[in-house]
Design a protein around this ligand. Structure first.
Ligand SMILES: Nc1ncnc2c1ncn2[C@@H]1O[C@H](COP(=O)(O)OP(=O)(O)OP(=O)(O)O)[C@@H](O)[C@H]1O
Ligand SMILES: [Mg+2]
Length: 463
C-alpha cells in the first residue's frame, strides 16, 4: 500500500483509481472486467489470487506509460491530419474564388514571372496556362499588340515590386487577335514582416462599357450638332424676321413721307386753288343773293378748315420740319400740337443746340416720342408728361415720363406673344435695328419709358 501512496504524489489521478480498487477489493481478485472503467491489459486482469501488488503496479505503470505515448502519438497524428485537411479546404476555397472570379487575377513572382493566372484570364482570352505561366508578365500574349503597352506593363511590374501600386485603362489582346480594354491594376502583396512576397495583377474588362460610353458620346455630339444647326436656323430665321420688320418699319416711314407729300402737294395745292377761286368769287359777292353769299362764306371757311386738317394730317404723317430743320423743331411743333389736342401739359427737354442725326435716327426718335405721347394720352390718364432727349458719351437717351396709373404688369414684360401692342414692339424693333434698347418702368404713380441708342460717327456730320 505504501507504493500506492507514494505514486499518488506523482500520478495522482491514476493511482487513486488503483488505490481505490486495492482498498475495496483486497485481498480478493480485481474486477478488471470493464476496460472502459479501468483499461489495463488481460495480463493484469488475469493475476491470480494472492498476487504481488508491487509487481502488478509496475506492470500497470508500464502499460500506462506505453498507452500514454500511443495516445500522444495518435493526438499528434490527428492534429496533423486536421491541419492538412484545413489547409486543403482553404486552398480549395481560395482556388474556387480565384478561378470563379469575374475579375482577371494573377500571381507574379517579385521579379515579374507569371506564377498563376485565374481561369477567366485564360479561358475568356483563349489562352492556356502553358501560353503564359513562366513568362515575364510583360512578355505574355495579353500585351502582344503594342510595344508601348508592353513597356508600360514592364515598368508597372518593376514599380509594384518596389511597393508602388499602378492602375490604368489599357488595351489587351485575345488569342483570336481581337483587341479589348482592361481596367488594369497591379499591387504588391506583403507578408507579416512587410516584405513583398509576390505581385498581384488584376483587371476588369471594360470593352463594352467603353463602347457604350463611346456610343453615348457620339449620340450626344450628334444631338448637340443638331441643336447647334437648329439654333443657327432659328437665329437665321429670327434675323431675317427682324430684318423684315425693320424693312417694314422703313417702308412704313417712307410710305408716310410719300403720303404726307402727296396730301400736301396734290390735295393741299388743289385746296389752295379752290380757296383762291372762292376768294375771287367773294370779291363779287354783291352780285349774289343772300343765300348764295352765305354758302360762299361757308365754303370759304370749310376750305380753310379742310386745308388745315390736311396739313395737320400730312405733318403728322411726316413733319416736313423733321427733314428741313431737324428733331428739335419737329418735336417742338409736334408736342405743341399734341398738348393742344389732348389737353396734356407736356414738358419737352431738348438742348437748344441739339444737332442733326441721320434721317433714320431722327425719324426713329420722332416716331418713338410720338408713340410714347399717344400711349400717355390713350392709356395713362395723366394730365402731364415729360419728354427728355439727352445726348451724352456717344449715346442718345429718350425718356418719356407720365404721372398716370402705370403700365399693367403683364404689358411690362413685352412678351412677343402679342401681350404688348404694336407700339412697344415697334419701338423695340426700331431701337434694336439701331443698336439700342427699350426699358419700361412703372408703378401706381406713373411710368417711365427709356429708349437708348448709340450715336454713330455719321450722325455728328449732319450737325
Ligand atoms: N403710359 C402708359 N400708361 C399706362 N399704360 C400704358 C402706357 N403705355 C402703354 N401702356 C399699356 O401698355 C399696352 C401696350 O402699349 P402699346 O403701345 O404697345 O400698344 P397699344 O397702345 O395698346 O396699341 P398700339 O400702340 O399698337 O396702337 C397698352 O395697351 C397699355 O395697356
Ligand atoms: Mg401704343
Amino acid at each position: 500500500m505504501n507504493v500506492g501512496v507514494s505514486r499518488r504524489e506523482h500520478w495522482r489521478g491514476r493511482n487513486e483509481i488503483v488505490l481505490k480498487i486495492v482498498g475495496r477489493r483486497l485481498p480478493g481478485p480485481f474486477d478488471f472486467e470493464s476496460p472502459s472503467v479501468f483499461p489495463v491489459s488481460r495480463q493484469v486482469r488475469r493475476q491470480p489470487l494472492g498476487y504481488d501488488i508491487r509487481a502488478m503496479l509496475k506492470i500497470i505503470d508500464m502499460e500506462f506509460t506505453e498507452r500514454e505515448r500511443a495516445e500522444e502519438r495518435e493526438r499528434v497524428a490527428a492534429r496533423e491530419r486536421r491541419l492538412v485537411a484545413e489547409a486543403g479546404e482553404a486552398t480549395a476555397k481560395f482556388r474556387a474564388i480565384f478561378d470563379q472570379s469575374s475579375i482577371f487575377s494573377g500571381v507574379l513572382s517579385v521579379d515579374g514571372i507569371v506564377v498563376d493566372a485565374n481561369r477567366i484570364c485564360l479561358e475568356a482570352c483563349g489562352y492556356t496556362a502553358d501560353d503564359v505561366l513562366g513568362l515575364k508578365f510583360w512578355e505574355t500574349p495579353w500585351w502582344r499588340g503594342s510595344e508601348e503597352v508592353k513597356e508600360k506593363i514592364r515598368v508597372a511590374t518593376i514599380e509594384a515590386a518596389k511597393g508602388r501600386a499602378y492602375r490604368e485603362e489599357l488595351p489587351y489582346w485575345c488569342a483570336d487577335g481581337s483587341e479589348r480594354v482592361v481596367d488594369f491594376a497591379i499591387h504588391p502583396v506583403r507578408d507579416e514582416s512587410d516584405e513583398i512576397i509576390f505581385l498581384h495583377p488584376t483587371g476588369m474588362d471594360i470593352t463594352e462599357r467603353m463602347q457604350t460610353e463611346l456610343e453615348l458620346r457620339t449620340t450626344r455630339a450628334e444631338l448637340e450638332e443638331r441643336v447647334r444647326e437648329r439654333t443657327a436656323e432659328l437665329n437665321k430665321a429670327n434675323e431675317s424676321l427682324r430684318n423684315l420688320s425693320a424693312r417694314l418699319l422703313h417702308i412704313r416711314d417712307e410710305e408716310a413721307r410719300r403720303l404726307a407729300r402727296e396730301l400736301h402737294d396734290s390735295a393741299g395745292q388743289m385746296l389752295s386753288a379752290m380757296a383762291m377761286n372762292i376768294a375771287s368769287i367773294a370779291s363779287q359777292a354783291h352780285k349774289l343773293d343772300e343765300r348764295g353769299a352765305k354758302a360762299m362764306e361757308e365754303n370759304s371757311a370749310l376750305v380753310e378748315q379742310i386745308s388745315t386738317e390736311i396739313r395737320t394730317i400730312s405733318y403728322l404723317l411726316h413733319p416736313p420740319l423733321l427733314d428741313e430743320l431737324g428733331l428739335r423743331s419737329a418735336l417742338t411743333w409736334y408736342v405743341e400740337g399734341f398738348s393742344e389736342r389732348s389737353k396734356i401739359k407736356v414738358d419737352l427737354e431738348i438742348a437748344a443746340d441739339f444737332g442733326r442725326l441721320s434721317t433714320e435716327r431722327e425719324t426713329a426718335i420722332f416716331r418713338i416720342v410720338q408713340e410714347c405721347l399717344t400711349n400717355i394720352h390713350r392709356h395713362s390718364g395723366s394730365k402731364t408728361a415729360v419728354i427728355r432727349i439727352l445726348q451724352e458719351n456717344d449715346r442718345l437717351t429718350i425718356v418719356a415720363e407720365d404721372a398716370g396709373k402705370g403700365i399693367p404688369a403683364d404689358k411690362l414684360g413685352m412678351r412677343p406673344d402679342g401681350q404688348a401692342g404694336v407700339g412697344f414692339r415697334g419701338m423695340a424693333e426700331r431701337l434694336r435695328y439701331l443698336g439700342g434698347n427699350l426699358n419700361l418702368k412703372s408703378n401706381a404713380n406713373g411710368s417711365v419709358v427709356t429708349a437708348t441708342m448709340p450715336l454713330e460717327a455719321d450722325d455728328s456730320s449732319r450737325a
